[in-house]
Write a protein that binds this ligand. Structure first.
Ligand SMILES: O=C(CO)[C@H](O)[C@H](O)COP(=O)(O)O
Length: 402
């Protein structure tokens, strides 16, 4: 998506590259007892913002029509026209997140993925203890771009659209502008097959050859049938290559256990596998709190839909193109469909591929939309790693430009 060039006023038309995503969020102002529904158009992740709701528990009483087999409803109910939106039924199309932050503060976000014409219409939300607020969304299908128009952001409590609502709205649009960036090509050599007894020289060689970051593979012998190294080695390596970005690929059975030690050792990004945790949201939060970026990886056997609900919490999604555990394996071309789905849904997301990526396979990765390229044997084992990195970069830049 390109940045919005004009100021957005309510009712004005804005063009987004299709398919777009939209986030609706609710704010309940405890002092004025007003409910504001805020909407923002963007294409890859939820805005990180907090909305204040009155002191409450995260659950409301079940409405009469709520099926007994479903979990209790959340603190904020969302409606499209007159239909209650059930995230359980439409998990691939929409998600609702209520994040409790303690002290009576909560955030509720409705995220519609891949907006289509059917998603047009009035959206309203009803926070427990608050009054409803609504917004009208128009989606048209001008190919190749979809036009999305929002109008009539209204506040509850009988005051209509107020100045406060407008101010917050414009604030969000300005945030949208700063977030609208194209993904940048980054090449990250994996040092898995390098001479580990001389690791810092191998790292320096890669950085001198044009590497944008270093991909460090941590294996525990449980999550994968191989062993490499842990945080003590990373701690030793850090002062030798102080400016390098360390992307830790944590192929470990208990990724939560190593977050603080890795942060302390100097890791910049902590990529865990979704198969290794039952709570990716909590783990992502822990990683961020430790001061690192969040990567979420999926093994070849895991469908891309497994990671979609957690994209908002992540800085990068890693699509494995080999079974994790060993370098030098054959690239799995059928993983490219996952990359394509992610790129179409999240045009600005960092998407990484890892395993069997080299000059023979880079075009497939680039065409699918990957922008972070991990390459082990093809770069580390090359007689001219600089030339290999440059060729891979050219292919990825071309893919991102198309
Ligand atoms: O995570 C990995 C294996 O689990 C490695 O990073 C990956 O395989 C890179 O090596 P190569 O490019 O030689 O396949």
């Amino acid at each position: 998506m390109t940045s919005q060039k004009t100021s957005l006023l309510i009712g004005q038309q804005v063009c987004l590259q299709s398919p777009a995503s939209i986030l609706l969020a609710t704010k309940y102002d405890v002092t004025s007892k007003q409910t504001f529904l805020l909407a923002s158009m963007y294409v890859f992740r939820a805005l990180q913002a907090s909305y204040w709701l009155p002191s409450m528990t995260s659950q409301v009483n079940k409405p009469p029509y709520w099926p007994a087999s479903w979990p209790p409803p959340p603190a904020v109910l969302w409606y499209h026209r007159t239909s209650l939106l059930h995230p359980h039924q439409h998990a691939h199309r929409l998600s609702v997140q209520v994040e409790e932050e303690g002290g009576g503060s909560s955030t509720s976000k409705l995220h519609l993925h891949s907006v289509s014409i059917e998603d047009s219409g009035n959206y309203s939300c009803l926070p427990v203890g608050g009054s409803a607020a609504s917004v009208t969304l128009h989606v048209s299908s001008d190919e190749p771009r979809a036009a999305v128009q929002l109008e009539g952001v209204s506040s509850g409590g009988g005051r209509g659209r107020g100045k406060e609502g407008m101010c917050v709205w414009l604030l969000y649009i300005s945030e949208l502008r700063t977030m609208s960036q194209r993904p940048v090509c980054k090449i990250g050599p994996s040092i898995l097959n390098a001479d580990l007894s001389n690791l810092h020289h191998a790292c320096e060689k890669m950085l001198d050859s044009g590497a944008d970051y270093l991909h460090l593979d941590v294996m525990d012998g449980h999550f994968v049938p191989n062993l490499t190294f842990g945080h003590p080695l990373v701690k030793c390596l850090r002062p030798k290559v102080p400016d390098a970005f360390f992307d830790m690929h944590m192929m470990v059975a208990n990724p939560a256990e190593w977050v603080e030690p890795m942060a302390d050792a100097g890791a910049d990004q902590y990529t865990f596998h979704i198969e290794a945790t039952s709570d990716p949201t909590a783990l992502s939060r822990k990683i961020k709190e430790a001061g690192m970026k969040v990567g979420i990886g999926i093994k070849p056997g895991t469908g891309v839909e497994a990671v979609l609900p957690y994209v908002d919490a992540a800085d990068m999604i890693l699509v494995m193109t080999v079974e994790p555990g060993f370098g030098g394996q054959k690239f799995m071309a059928d993983m490219m469909e996952k990359v394509r789905v992610l790129r179409q849904t999240f045009p600005e997301m960092d998407i990484e591929v890892d395993g069997g990526v080299g000059l023979a396979t880079i075009d497939q990765c680039a065409q699918a939309g990957a922008n972070m390229i991990v390459s082990g044997s093809a770069v580390v084992g090359a007689s001219d790693p600089k030339a290999v990195i440059a060729q891979m970069r050219a292919a990825v830049v071309k893919g991102l430009d198309k």
